[in-house]
Ligand binder design. Sequence first.
Ligand code: BTN
Length: 263
Amino acid sequence: MVPTSFSLDTASLKKGHRKFGSKIFTFETIDSTNNCAKALAACWAEEGTLVLAEQQTAGRGRLGRTWQANPNENLIFSIILRPELPAEAVNLLPLYAAVALAEAIEKETGLRIECKWPNDLLIGGKKTAGILLEGSLKENAVEYVVLGIGLNVNQTAFPPELGERATSLRLQAGREIDRNALLREILQALESRYLSIMKKGFHTILPLWLSRTTMISREISVSQEGAVISGIVKGLSPEGALILQSNGSERTFFAGDVTIVGM
Ligand code: BTN
């Protein structure tokens, strides 16, 4: 493990009257910010509570993968949400997070960000951020959700197993990115999009997400529980599931690992 120090400026995040980041827990090193945020949420920590770390010893990705990020170069954080949402709409949450994150990154860096279903952000086909949602349902509604975000900001070298599939904002922009300014922008975007879709309905995130993806009409394969299904992407269902035209019929996926053919 690399010795590290916490070098983000959290005081500036608390300025203003925003809900997201009004309570902040910071760690130089932690197992996983999602673990900590889940424990806090289970103890009734309020919506918008932010857990921020420079380094994780057991950072998790989707589908049992690990999330690796060099300390002091990236953004690694989790936020507690308590949306009034029925359980069947929970798949819209990663789409909301992806859109808000993309908007903030674009504002701060000028880079064009693409969304890849279900939880990834890409630049030029390479992954720059991943989102991990974990939570608890109660009586068929969302009790709390922990929105975990790993964003490659200033890291310039990636482990060989990631090959050419990973990138960072610095690599793409050709300049160092101010992590504090970016984090401020992200919290602002997450909060304002959240308030807007809570008011207008969570389904209003669908056109925003669709306008940011290059997946529609492309050939992809989805691996799910050991099976691989190929087909052409038709779109998203109202609940945020992926609709695939495969062997003459439509199939709907609520989870899975997607590979875009030719990428
Ligand atoms: C993925 O792409 O598979 C999702 C990656 C999510 C990583 C973030 S880093 C902060 C939070 N804590 C974790 O352990 N995971 C998420």
